[in-house]
Ligand binder design. Structure first.
Ligand SMILES: [Zn+2]
Length: 72
């Protein structure tokens, strides 16, 4: 009887550890997502930069406010 309880506890522990590992892997995937961000090109100087850092104006991207003003 004692052996059976030990076996059940080991299985439950295995399932718990397995689920925790899956969750950790999913969390790591979402953290890596921003690294695969789209790159856009500054219309004035042609430098490539992440979309979140670019300045969007009139459907065009710029690396800085100076280049946005220089183009308009
Ligand atoms: Zn630029």
């Amino acid at each position: 009887m004692g052996k059976l309880i030990t076996l059940i506890l080991l299985v439950l522990l295995g399932v718990y550890l397995y689920r925790r590992m899956i969750r950790k892997r999913d969390a790591a995937d979402t953290r890596e997502a921003p690294a695969a961000e789209d790159m856009v090109r500054c219309k004035t100087c042609g430098v490539n930069l992440p979309r979140s850092e670019a300045i969007l104006s009139g459907g065009r991207f710029y690396c800085c406010d100076e280049h946005r003003r220089a183009d308009s």
